[in-house]
Design a protein around this ligand. Structure first.
Ligand SMILES: Cc1ncc(COP(=O)(O)O)c(C=O)c1O
Length: 389
C-alpha cells in the first residue's frame, strides 16, 4: 500500500516572489527556485570563462538530469532524452510512429497546439486522419476518448489533464484500451508532470513529453522526452555529435559513425548540455524529488479545493474534484448568474491588484504551487468579490 501523502507547508521562501504579488499561474510559467536561478547565473559566468568548462560538463549533467527525471515517471535514465520544448518531443514521436492511410489519430478538442500541428502534418503525409474528441458535456474525458478507440486507431496523443481547465483523463485505462487495439499512446504531460503522479509503466506510454517551464519549475527552453524501450530505435529529428556512439571522445569526432548513443539519447537535441539551463534544471529536479510528487499533489489539491469552495459563494462553479487534476482549477461563470460569461474588466481588476491568473476559453484558470498559501486564495477571492459583488 502506498503511504498517505504529507501536506507540504508553504515553500515561498525558496522562491523570489515579492510580498505584494499573488501568483496563481503556474500553468503559464513557473517562477524559478532561488537555487535554480543561482545555478543558471553560475553557468553563464562559466561560459564567460570557457576554459573552466570541461569535457565532462557535456556528459555528466545530462546523465544526472535523465536519472532524476526518470525517477519521477518510473523509467530509467536510458529512456530519457533532453529536448528544448514539448513540441520538439511531440514532433519526434509523430515522426516515429507507423501511420497508414485511413487510420485514426485521436486528439482532444482545444488541445494545446504543440500537440496538434505535428499530427496534422503526419496525417497529411500518410493519409491518416485526425479524430478530435469533443469536450464531453458530462466532463468525463476518459469515457469520451474510450468511445473513439477501435481497430482503426493508430495512436492517441493526449494530455493527462486539459490545459484550459484541468479536466482529467485516466491514462492508465486509456493506455490499456489502446494496447488492445495495437495502438500507440503519446502523452503530453506538460500541465501535470511533477505535480500529479504518473508512471509510464501504468499508462503504457510509447512517448511522453513535458515542457519544463511550468510544473517542473525548470527554465524556459529545457524539456524532457521519454521513449519506451520499443521506441528507442527511431529516427531523431536532428543529427549531432553527442547523440552518436562515442561522442565523448572529442579528438575522434571526425571518425564518423552510423551508430547512435544508447537508448533514448539518440533523440537528444543538439547542445543538450546547455551550461545555464541544465544546472538550473538539476536543482529543480532534485527539489521535486525531495518534496515527492504525491506530497506536492496532495498539497496543491487542498489549495484548489479551498478556493473552489469559497468561489461557490460568488456564484462560480468548477468541475467536481474527481474530474479535474488537483493542482488545476478552472472557475466557470454559469450563464444563469453571468449571462455575458467572464465579466468585463475582471482580468484588469485582478492585474491591478497584482493577482496573476489566466483566462483560458470560458474559464478563469487558477493554478497554485507550493509557493502559494491560503492567503493567496483569499486575496484572489476578495478581488473577485469586490468586482462581482
Ligand atoms: C499542454 C501543453 N503542452 C505544451 C505546452 C508548451 O509547448 P512548447 O514547449 O512546445 O512551447 C503548453 C504550454 O502552455 C501546454 O499547455
Amino acid at each position: 500500500m502506498k503511504p498517505e501523502p504529507d501536506l507540504i507547508p508553504c515553500q515561498r521562501d525558496l522562491f523570489d516572489l515579492p510580498d505584494d504579488v499573488t501568483f496563481l499561474n503556474c500553468a503559464y510559467i513557473s517562477p524559478l527556485l532561488k537555487t535554480a536561478k543561482a545555478a543558471a547565473e553560475g553557468g553563464l559566468l562559466r561560459e564567460s570563462r570557457p576554459w573552466q568548462i570541461t569535457a565532462s560538463d557535456f556528459f555528466a549533467p545530462p546523465e544526472e538530469a535523465r536519472r532524476l527525471f526518470a525517477r519521477l515517471v518510473g523509467a530509467t535514465a536510458d529512456d530519457i532524452a533532453l529536448v528544448p520544448s514539448a513540441s520538439y518531443g511531440i514532433a519526434t514521436a509523430a515522426q516515429n510512429l507507423p501511420l497508414a492511410r485511413g487510420q485514426k489519430i485521436i486528439l482532444l478538442e482545444e488541445q494545446y497546439p504543440s500537440n496538434v500541428y505535428s499530427w496534422r502534418r503526419r496525417a497529411d503525409e500518410t493519409g491518416a486522419r485526425i479524430v478530435t474528441v469533443a469536450r464531453p458535456a458530462d466532463g468525463d474525458w476518459t469515457a469520451a476518448v474510450l468511445a473513439e478507440i477501435d481497430s482503426a486507431t493508430a495512436a492517441a496523443a493526449l494530455p493527462n489533464c486539459h490545459w484550459m481547465d484541468g479536466g482529467l483523463l485516466d491514462l492508465a485505462t486509456i493506455g490499456a484500451a489502446l494496447r488492445q487495439e495495437g495502438a500507440a499512446l503519446v502523452v503530453d504531460a506538460s500541465q501535470s508532470l511533477g505535480v500529479l503522479p504518473l508512471d509510464v509503466g501504468d499508462v503504457q506510454a510509447d512517448f511522453l513529453v513535458t515542457a519544463g517551464y511550468k510544473w517542473m519549475l525548470c527554465p524556459y527552453g529545457f524539456s524532457f522526452l521519454y521513449a519506451a524501450p520499443q521506441r528507442q530505435d527511431g529516427r531523431p529529428l536532428e543529427e549531432n555529435a553527442l547523440n552518436r556512439e562515442d561522442g565523448e571522445n572529442f579528438r575522434l569526432l571526425a571518425d564518423y559513425t552510423d551508430r547512435y548513443a544508447v537508448g533514448a539519447r539518440r533523440f537528444d537535441a543538439g547542445e543538450r548540455a546547455h551550461f545555464s539551463l541544465l544546472p538550473a534544471a538539476l536543482e529543480t529536479l532534485r527539489q521535486i524529488n525531495d518534496w515527492g510528487v504525491a506530497n506536492i499533489a496532495a498539497s496543491l489539491a487542498a489549495q484548489t479545493l479551498a478556493i473552489a469552495k469559497a468561489a461557490e459563494y460568488l456564484g462560480l462553479d468548477s468541475a467536481p474534484a474527481h474530474q479535474r487534476a488537483g493542482h488545476f482549477l478552472g472557475l466557470r461563470f454559469p450563464a444563469n448568474r453571468f449571462p455575458g460569461g467572464v465579466p468585463d474588466g475582471l482580468a484588469e481588476a485582478l492585474a491591478a491588484a497584482k493577482v496573476f491568473v489566466s483566462l483560458r476559453g470560458a474559464s478563469l484558470r487558477v493554478t497554485p504551487h507550493l509557493y502559494n498559501n491560503s492567503a493567496d486564495g483569499a486575496r484572489l477571492l476578495s478581488v473577485m468579490e469586490d468586482m462581482l459583488g
